[in-house]
Design a protein around this ligand. Structure first.
Ligand SMILES: [Zn+2]
Length: 159
């Protein structure tokens, strides 16, 4: 059982841990080379007992507004709710500015629990279970491998 001093010590220890590379939302990201390419070997983990599926799919908007500040937020369409950004974007797409609509469109991501097996640049991450957020390119690779032995032809999804 935690007492307040134990909790404080644990919170301070967590705050001082800088060994795990995470993006601004707290997800694990492999360390990257100068080219921007990250390399790590991770194992996707099965769902937790109370979860149905080992992957969560979300939509997200991230774009710069006219003042230069960023709008970054999950898109309500993830939960089958209407989204004011998507609605405004639809009007842009069907009207005056397809380029701006393209910059503001929602993007699909996936989130999974992963076991970091190899992270050569930061071996201290190896053996840790972390949340990993990834895009369509990685999900396509998972799909291809998932159906590999079934003899099914799986093509990459259209973007
Ligand atoms: Zn949206």
């Amino acid at each position: 059982m935690y007492n307040l001093e134990t909790l404080k010590a644990k919170v301070n220890a967590l705050a001082e841990t800088k060994t795990v590379v995470k993006d601004s939302e707290g997800y694990y990201q492999p360390s990257t080379e100068e080219t921007g390419i990250g390399t790590a070997l991770v194992r996707l983990l099965p769902p937790l007992r109370e979860e149905e599926f080992p992957v969560v799919q979300i939509y997200n908007h991230a774009f710069q507004g006219p003042s230069g500040s960023w709008f970054v937020d999950n898109c309500p369409t993830t939960l089958n709710l209407s989204c004011p950004v998507c609605e405004a974007n639809s009007a842009l797409w069907n009207g005056p500015n397809k380029k701006l609509a393209s910059l503001r469109k929602r993007k699909m991501y996936y989130i999974s629990n992963v076991l970091v097996v190899l992270d050569a640049k930061q071996p201290e991450n190896e053996g840790k279970v972390l949340l990993f957020k990834y895009g369509v390119t990685i999900m396509d690779k998972i799909r291809v491998r998932l159906f590999w032995n079934d003899g099914q032809v799986v093509t990459e999804s259209a973007r």
